[in-house]
Design a binder for this molecule. Sequence first.
Ligand code: HEM
Ligand code: HEM
Length: 134
Amino acid sequence: MSPSLRAAILTLGALLWLSGAAWLVLHFAFAQQTAFGPLPNPWEAVLMRMHGMLAVGGVFLLGWIIGAHTLERWGSARNRLSGIALVGSVALLVASGYALYYTTGALHEAASRTHEWLGAGSLLAALAHWVRAR
Ligand code: HEM
Ligand code: HEM
């Protein structure tokens, strides 16, 4: 993997995860308390704008990763399991991220919970893949 592609994947992946994780912390632990009840923290919208922008880059990089990195290494068993876990998580994050925009009601709730848990958990697949590569 070229150093520039590696740096792009690691930087974008880290920022994507951090913006999502910071949103979760603000949303669940730092809601704004008002006389009319709790309201979303004002920084949530800022973080989601950044997250949405990074997600577009993430989808672009995923195409690149599948087209080059993954296909080239598919024949070797090395890192394959953690790689498949990583590709699978990211594919589901793309699908549930899309669903966050275009669904309502119970489907939106399901997309939201799936995206939140999978997003936070995807760090494990990423770390396993990275540690094994070292
Ligand atoms: C390529 C990967 C990803 C894509 C394409 C993606 C896409 C999206 C999109 C489109 C939204 C909706 C934005 C909005 O409402 O303005 C969103 C929300 C969110 N994302 Fe991601 N995301 C990805 C990875 C992650 C990761 C790694 C995390 C880590 C924690 C994460 C956590 C969240 C959270 C917490 C929300 C708000 C969920 C809610 O409204 O219930 N995402 N994401
Ligand atoms: C979204 C999915 C994936 C991402 C983001 C990703 C990212 C990475 C990164 C950043 C490295 C470290 C490269 C280095 O330090 O030089 C790496 C190494 C590696 N990955 Fe992946 N990977 C993904 C999927 C896969 C899949 C599906 C496979 C195998 C089928 C795979 C096989 C490998 C192997 C064998 C290495 C060891 C070093 C090398 O050959 O370059 N990866 N990957």
